[in-house]
Write a protein that binds this ligand. Structure first.
Ligand code: PMP
Length: 431
């Protein structure tokens, strides 16, 4: 009853993200009453395993006791304070920890409140740093099939047509260089060569290349070899181009290491983090950069070189408390090591999909698994069918077109993992 009431009230007043609202004439919304661990529960007591970590944000489960307590503690002390001219314990502590954890050379943190905004911060900083050096380089490079968010600047450097095409006339300058076609080292080398050819022609216009290390999330979970990052890093060095690592999705353990850049052993000029940063609790994002970049903005006020970018909720204290609690869990529970077991279990279960007739390929990088289906037209909307079957059977799967993927919270146990794979297997078999 409550389920029904809430659905009706919702549709009168809400416009949902990434949704053709007319779909809801036939596709019911799922009102969630509460959530705990890997489970979401509706008003009728139906439980769903959150196999997509609620849009890739949740790391240690919903209503996690430890994170809850830390946020409550903070709530009674300081909820928020302007971060211009003021500071607070949580944001300082978080910055110290992020700098320690992240690849070398990243020594300053600049905060925003969502992934897209942080991508824009990195783009602006890169362009502006060059400008402060007397170089006007208005062009950005990104990879084909990339996704960096949906505000105008972030959309400009993305390449997923579904989100981008409509807005083309509004976008800033960017060019795309091919992403490695598959996970082989050869594909990485071929793609790096293409990037180098582009640099040879246009390096003096290019401020930065932005990329998603190892996994293109919204680009249908396309994955590539870490060697590509190594090669891109060295090309950037040779052609004086910044490397922006958008770790919004892959950061905080999704690739199996803390950061995607760690897998390749490289250090970017800018690293963008969000999503898992607060364990999936509160909106927060950060751009880490080097002292070298920072110093290009550091001068007397009247030289007008300052980075005057701001968001009202920059460095929100509650969000920073959630982020510090999240980092506590990483440290105290040795999460990256522990996850290796789950990575193995997922790898085993994933193999079962390969022989299915409608499976084109399977792939995995760390804690992210994807199954690419074949033989269907987009009009058949098979992703939607898998989604509906999943919900009926207690698992929230949210395929990207014809790619079914798993990106669960790290606290998923063996039985829950089995259930997630079983339900996806049945859904794919029944298509
Ligand atoms: N970059 C990447 C790699 C992402 O996956 C996303 C979100 N899915 C974003 C940027 C944008 O983040 P947000 O949705 O918080 O704006």
């Amino acid at each position: 009853m409550k389920n029904e009431q809430l659905k009706n009230r919702d549709l009168k007043v809400l416009w949902h993200p990434c949704t053709q609202m007319k779909d809801h004439e036939v596709l019911p919304l799922t009102p969630i009453k509460k959530a705990y661990g890997v489970y979401l529960e509706d008003f009728e007591g139906n439980k769903y395993i959150d196999a997509v970590s609620s849009w890739w944000v949740n790391l240690f489960g919903h209503t996690n006791q430890y994170i809850n307590d830390k946020i409550k503690e903070q709530l009674n002390t300081l909820e928020h304070v302007i971060l211009a001219g003021f500071t607070h314990e949580q944001v300082v502590k978080l910055s110290e920890r992020l700098i320690k954890l992240s690849p070398k050379r990243l020594e300053k943190c600049f905060y925003a409140d969502n992934g897209s905004s942080a991508v824009e911060v990195a783009l602006k900083m890169s362009y502006h740093a060059n400008l402060n050096d007397g170089k006007n380089k208005p062009l950005f490079v990104s990879l084909t099939n990339s996704y960096h968010g949906e505000t105008i600047g972030a959309l400009s450097v993305g390449d997923v047509e579904l989100y981008k095409d409509t807005y083309r006339p509004l976008l800033i300058q960017s060019v795309q260089t091919p992403v490695p076609q598959d996970m082989s080292i050869e594909a990485a080398q071929i793609a790096a060569k293409k990037f180098e050819e582009l640099c040879k022609q246009r390096a003096d216009e290019i401020s930065a290349i932005i990329l998603e290390p190892l996994i293109q999330g919204a680009g249908y979970m396309h994955m590539y070899h870490p060697e590509f990052l190594v090669l891109v890093r060295s090309i950037c060095d040779r052609y004086d181009i910044h490397l922006i690592a958008d770790e919004v999705m892959v950061g905080f353990g999704r690739t199996g290491e803390m950061f995607g850049c760690d897998v390749a052993g490289i250090s970017p000029d800018f690293m963008v983090l969000s999503k898992g940063l607060t364990g999936g609790y509160l909106p927060l994002s950060v751009v880490l950069t080097s002292d070298e970049i920072y110093m290009k903005f550091y001068c007397d006020y009247n030289e007008y070189k300052a980075f005057l970018h701001s968001h009202s909720y920059t460095g929100n204290a509650l969000a920073c408390a959630a982020a510090n609690a999240t980092l506590d869990i990483f440290e105290n529970d040795n999460i990256i090591e522990k996850n290796r077991l789950l990575v193995q279990q997922m790898a085993q279960r994933l193999q079962e999909f390969e022989p299915l007739e409608n499976v084109a390929s399977i792939r995995q990088t760390g804690m992210v698994c994807a199954i690419e289906l074949k033989g269907y037209t987009p009009q058949e909307r098979i992703g939607l069918k898998v989604y509906e079957y999943g919900l009926k059977n207690g698992v929230l799967l949210r395929p990207l077109g014809h790619v079914v993927y798993f990106m669960p919270p790290y606290i998923l146990n063996e039985q829950e993992c089995d259930k997630m794979f079983d339900v996806a297997y049945e859904a794919i078999q029944r298509l």
